[in-house]
Design a binder for this molecule. Structure first.
Ligand code: CYC
Length: 161
């Protein structure tokens, strides 16, 4: 896993150079948005259960997917789906804090498409739930931090496509 700081320092170190212009601008931006990101992570962490249940309510709950024959039926699969959504939210929040996508690639998306396809977990409804999660998160944390979280939730969405 990397973060904005290590992703800038590691390549500079390989060249034996100080950070300069553009790289320092990226760091400055990272520090300037630090409080915003920490505050959002706190808000998301303290209301994660309700973020998940609202996202499911908005996207999946009233569709055929929860009925016999659907991938969220029976309860075991419903619970697996809620659990997957909690993973997505938690890891997107870590990535937002680090301002770096690598944790998502390494710990969430790595092999996920194959797992879903071998289990018959449908991609489109998963993406709909993630889209709903973006809306719910933005309601909780506000527009600016919501846009930050969108980057990482979108990265998961694009990784599933
Ligand atoms: C299953 N989701 C799984 C499985 C994995 C993950 C590995 C198979 C093993 C298991 O059931 O636990 C995902 N595991 C992860 C991820 C990580 C991990 C991401 C990284 C931290 O360790 N079904 C739907 C919904 C969707 C859904 C649209 C929820 C949005 O219809 C999810 N995932 C779902 C379901 C299963 C599953 C229903 C169980 C499928 C089955 O066993 O038939």
């Amino acid at each position: 896993m990397q973060d904005t700081i290590t992703s800038l320092i590691n390549p500079a170190d390989e060249k034996g150079q100080y950070l300069e212009g553009n790289e320092l601008d990226k760091l400055k931006q990272y520090f300037q948005t630090g409080t915003l990101r920490v505050k959002a992570a706190n808000q998301i962490g303290s209301s994660a259960d309700s973020v998940i249940s609202e996202s499911v309510e908005k996207s999946l709950l009233y569709g055929d997917i929860t009925l016999p024959g659907g991938n969220m039926y029976p309860t075991r699969r419903y619970a697996a789906c809620l659990r997957d959504l909690t993973y997505f939210l938690r890891y997107a929040t870590y990535a937002m804090l680090a301002a770096d996508i690598s944790i998502l690639d390494e710990r969430v998306l790595n092999g996920l498409k194959d797992t879903y396809s071998s289990l018959g977990v449908p991609i489109e409804p998963t993406i709909q739930a993630l889209q709903a999660m973006k809306e719910v998160v933005t309601q909780r944390v506000g527009t600016e931090a919501g846009q930050e979280m969108d980057v990482y939730l979108d990265h998961i969405i694009n990784g599933l496509r």
